[in-house]
Ligand binder design. Structure first.
Ligand SMILES: [Zn+2]
Length: 248
């Protein structure tokens, strides 16, 4: 489904085409299109780190921004493509809507007819990396070389800290394209935690991203996005998803 020409919003399926254009990776059959204001702004970038912050809806980002001082830059409002994490992340990484990529649960990763931008990069000899939950990581290991997994945990703050540590470790291999996934905001929303606890989870993720950025050179662009609007009632009426290209 293409956006109407007068649609002021972009979509999550536009992220992979944007990265593809920046890094020169062919992305045949994508439903989305590169976002011109980003490809223009990011011309000097030759590496990309894509940070997916689970449940970073557009209004959620607006509410949590005071607690995320490092997640600032060009902010773009994107339409969501799914309510749930797995199909949404598959859309972010393929540039296709769920009806096209058919990845609804982790097991589908192995059977989806559509390749992610990470796999397409590898096929072109462009080193790519991913740091995600262990089950998803196992599925990706058949497709790309640099994969690190973190076991699911009842303590999401510890989980996210481990994601950060693995990310910094994999950066030693100098991937050109890297995707990582932080989850504490989403988990806290599902647990119906207070706004203060949600803000604390946001602060921790902000500090992880800041630490990751200290390991990147100037020509690496950092793109932060949500996967779907937040669930639960902690932040009312969250609509659409935030996409932020960091000022660095
Ligand atoms: Zn999610």
């Amino acid at each position: 489904m293409m956006a109407a020409p007068d649609d002021p919003f972009r979509s999550l399926v536009d992220i992979a085409p944007t990265i593809a254009e920046l890094l020169g990776i062919p992305l045949p059959g994508a439903d989305g299109a590169a976002i011109p204001e980003l490809t223009d702004r990011l011309q000097r970038c030759d590496r990309v780190v894509l940070v997916i912050v689970d449940s970073l809806g557009y209004f959620t980002y607006q509410r949590l921004q005071p607690y995320m001082p490092h997640i600032q830059g060009t902010v773009i409002r994107c339409r969501a493509v799914a309510d749930h994490t797995t199909p949404a992340i598959a859309s972010i990484l393929t540039g296709c809507h769920p009806d096209t990529h058919r990845t609804f649960i982790t097991a589908d990763v192995c059977t989806s007819p559509i390749k992610s931008i990470l796999e397409l990069a590898e096929e072109r000899g462009i080193k790519s990396a991913v740091v995600i939950e262990s089950e998803g990581a196992e599925a990706m290991k058949t497709k790309i070389d640099l994969v690190a997994g973190v076991d699911d945990s009842s303590d999401m703050l510890t989980y996210d800290a481990a994601i950060k540590e693995r990310t910094i470790n994999l950066l030693k291999h100098e991937p050109v394209l890297m995707a990582v996934h932080f989850r504490a905001i989403d988990r806290y929303a599902h647990e119906a935690r207070s706004f203060d606890e949600l803000a604390y989870a946001a602060e921790r993720i902000d500090s992880h991203i800041s630490e990751i950025c200290r390991h990147l050179n100037r020509n690496t662009c950092v793109i932060v996005c949500g996967d779907h609007p937040i669930h639960g009632t902690c932040i009312e009426d969250d609509q659409d998803v935030a996409l932020i290209v960091l000022d660095r």
